[in-house]
Design a protein around this ligand. Structure first.
Ligand code: MIG
Length: 763
């Protein structure tokens, strides 16, 4: 290992505004980084230094804002090593963001584990685990190199600092490991590091700042917030598709979207349908539309190498595929067999990809589901041939295959994208390492382009597995191949919260679990949880026990129906929250400490959460459990407030409470001073009820006024961008004379859905 020190670096600090600055650290400053393909930040550059200063210290440097330290860095070094990572021999840039002992670290995107991130190393490298993942698996499908530090601040106030590493290369974050690491160790496989520092008095401001840099989250079409149903392997044919569709309606279980996984294709080839099983797909989609369903089709990036397959031929002709080291099309094995991969980094390849996706939109498909886009490849064709011949050599020269062979075989999937070579817009070669983490992001850009061309005034729906910072502008994300275990259900809470904290709010797990057979109780508890998660899709793997809401008999079906219906009843609330998130970047699903930062106890609660700032949810995550210990936060750190039980109308007080939670109950509480707008049940988001209920908790104290925000628009078009939406706030006052309701209209560009309002105050 060979280390060069700080003196050899160029350091630059630029203030973008009062809250955000950019710190650039580089070696070989003369180098021209033409291959930087990461999308630029969205905040205008060089707004002016505005009080930001960089000062050298004996062991590093400090970033200051108007004379007060914001972040301290040490151990700036360039590490050239072949030990840091077998695949990336060469120069790693390293520095340590020093933190005080009592600091906390949050964020880092799609990560397992508790919300507070100390004690582990997290890697940014989009990766498919080839099957379900474990509780401490790392890395996973997407990369968001952004973390948030909470530290006692300079003015004795609590301070939050966000750090966004604006580099797409492989990077690692070693977070507070006792004496071994007294801060966040940042290592990036690049000769430079660009870090955005985002200061805020509250964590919300930091997340907001991060989404100013990387883009505000999309406003989903209303149907994307309904219940979605999916299974790998099903529907296997046209009849089964129609049967599932009818079953939901017949049983009165609401549902908005049905998914077609790879089984719908002809031999797993993108943009095809198996003609025998799915004749006339347009007419099938029409029929599903008539029953008020939306259809979402899976698309994998790998294109089967097969002459005569239109998509392959056209891609070949347009020369859009990623190359290998020899300059030929890179070939790797995935579901369809040996495949080639569009070079989404290039604009012409994206245009081409958009035109392929347009075919699905022409058939009437409503949403596109991007799987395998890390990209996940089982093995490269040349890679496996090389290994095979090596092994053959060994077999003929030795009588047994040793450890090195075993390791070589084990590393196949880790190394399979190593020999991919991309091309920049200027036609220069770009090493895959530099753009690996951007592959799915640029695929989403291309997919959105197809929607833009075909349905310019409609909001697109893209569901992605992989992604990078910025993906929140384009896609919803699910958390990949989990399994049907209680542990995974718990993990799905932390992971969804963590993604929200990292600027990606429209997220959710495979409800019921992907891998393995679900048990009835787990499915029900998970559907309860899903009913309030931002993205609510039931999905499971091939040949696993069916996990339809009715799969386990009436007792479970009734409870499942109740919670899927609850989802739909809550849509006025959820949709309002999504609009607010779209504007602010502050996630819909929030950890307790985001709303109650002064209440110390909230920092240790990972399995409860808030929707918006008003609804607290405490899902039951233990098998056989019929009670739930629930922590209800104090306002401002110590002010006791009342919390309204959604189901019983009882009022509880701040602190620990034990709630009855038999199988049909997932505890939900309404914060004092807040209210939740909801409607009567519907079967899909297109069905509109004219009554609006508002469940309020005016509390018992002096504060008797409740403010309830409400948003509505047509749910489909981009008209909201031109002002075609309604936004207002109900002001509800409780007094001896009864309930007074007022609607303060803040934006009046759309006729909202209700004609009757009922305030429900359980007292
Ligand atoms: O592992 O398309 O994560 O949701 O059902 C197989 C089949 C590839 C992985 C996805 C999963 C999907 C499955 N895919």
């Amino acid at each position: 290992m060979n280390v060069s020190h700080e003196e050899n670096f160029k350091l630059e600090l630029e203030g973008l505004d009062r809250k955000i600055s950019r710190l650039s650290v580089s070696t070989r400053p003369e180098e021209d980084y033409v291959n930087d393909l990461i999308p630029p930040v969205e905040v205008e550059e060089k707004v002016g230094k505005a009080g930001w200063e960089l000062s050298r210290t004996s062991d590093g440097f400090t970033v200051e804002y108007s004379g007060s330290p914001v972040a301290k860095f040490t151990e700036l070094s360039e590490v050239s090593s072949d030990r840091v990572d077998g695949q990336n021999n060469g120069q790693w840039l390293r520095l340590v963001h020093k933190l005080a002992d009592n600091s906390r670290v949050f964020g880092l995107g799609e990560k397992t584990g508790y919300l507070e991130k100390s004690g582990r190393v997290y890697e940014m490298w989009n990766r498919d685990t080839n099957g379900f993942y474990t509780h401490n698996e790392d890395p996973l499908y997407s990369s968001i190199p952004f973390y948030i530090v909470q530290e006692e601040g300079i003015d004795q106030t609590r301070n939050f600092i966000g750090v966004y590493l604006h580099q797409a290369e492989r990077s690692r974050f070693n977070v507070k490991n006792g004496e071994r690491m007294d801060g966040v160790g940042i290592t990036v496989f690049s000769p430079k590091a660009t870090l955005y520092l985002i200061a805020g008095e509250e964590i919300k401001q930091v997340v907001k700042g991060y989404t100013r840099l990387t883009g505000k989250p999309l406003l989903p079409p209303k149907w994307a917030l309904g219940y979605h149903h999916s299974k790998y392997g099903a529907p296997g044919d046209r009849e089964e598709a129609l049967k599932i569709a009818k079953d939901f309606r017949r049983r009165g279980i609401p549902c908005d979207a049905l998914y077609f996984d790879i089984q719908h294709m002809d031999s797993n080839k993108d943009f095809t349908w198996d003609e025998a099983r799915f004749p006339e797909p347009e007419s099938l989609i029409d029929q599903l539309h008539e029953m008020d369903y939306r259809v979402v089709n899976i698309v994998d990036p790998g294109i089967k190498e097969e002459e005569g397959y239109e998509v392959y031929d056209s891609g070949k002709e347009n020369d859009v595929f990623v190359k290998d080291l020899e300059g030929e099309d890179f070939s790797g094995s995935v579901w369809a067999g040996f495949c080639v991969f569009p070079d989404f980094i290039r604009k012409d390849a994206r245009d081409w990809w958009a035109s392929q996706n347009e075919k699905l939109l022409d058939q009437g498909v409503d949403g596109i589901w991007n799987d395998m886009n890390e990209p996940a490849i089982f093995f490269g064709e040349k890679q496996i041939k090389r290994i095979a011949s090596e092994l053959e050599d060994k077999i003929s020269n030795e009588d047994h295959l040793g450890l090195s062979c075993k390791q070589r075989l084990a590393s196949i999937s880790e190394n399979n994208t190593n020999s991919m070579v991309h091309e920049s817009e200027e036609g220069e070669k770009v090493d895959h390492q530099k753009v690996h983490n951007l592959y799915a992001l640029y695929e989403a850009v291309a997919t959105e382009q197809a929607f833009e061309r075909k349905r310019p005034n409609r909001r697109p729906f893209i569901l992605t597995r992989s992604g990078f910072s910025g993906i929140q502008k384009y896609a919803a994300k699910w958390t990949g191949d989990n399994s049907s275990t209680w542990e995974h259900m718990r993990m799905s809470i932390y992971m969804s919260l963590n993604l929200g904290l990292s600027g990606l709010p429209l997220v959710g797990p495979d409800i019921g679990g992907f891998d393995g057979d679900v048990e009835p109780e787990l499915l029900t508890r998970w559907i309860q949880l899903g009913s309030v998660l931002p993205f609510f899709r039931n999905h499971s793997s091939l040949d696993t026990t069916p996990q339809e809401p009715w799969s386990f008999g009436e007792k479970y079906e009734d409870i499942n129906r109740k919670y899927i219906s609850l989802r739909y009843r809550l849509l006025p609330f959820l949709y309002t929250e999504f609009f607010r998130t779209h504007r602010s970047g502050i996630p819909v699903m929030r950890p307790l400490f985001m709303e109650f930062p002064a209440d110390e106890e909230t920092y240790s609660v990972s399995d409860q959460f808030l929707i918006g700032d008003s609804m607290l949810v405490a899902p039951v995550v233990e098998r056989g459990s019929e009670r739930r210990l629930v922590y209800l936060p104090y306002e401002d750190g110590n002010r006791e407030i009342s919390w309204l039980d959604w189901w019983t109308g009882n009022r509880l007080e701040s602190g620990y409470n034990v709630l009855e939670a038999p199988l049909e109950v997932m505890p939900i509480l309404v914060r004092e001073g807040k209210g939740i707008p909801y409607t009567a049940p519907v079967q899909h988001t297109g069905e509109v009820r004219k009554e609006l209920n508002i469940k309020v908790n005016p509390g018992s104290g002096d504060q008797k006024e409740v403010q309830v925000p409400i948003y509505d628009d047509d749910g489909e078009t981009k008209g909201y961008d031109q002002g075609n939406y309604f936004y207002g706030e109900f002001i509800i006052e409780e007094s001896g004379e009864g309930t007074a309701l007022e609607l303060e209209v803040k934006h009046d560009g759309y006729e909202p859905f209700w004609s009757e309002i009922e305030v429900i105050n359980p007292d």
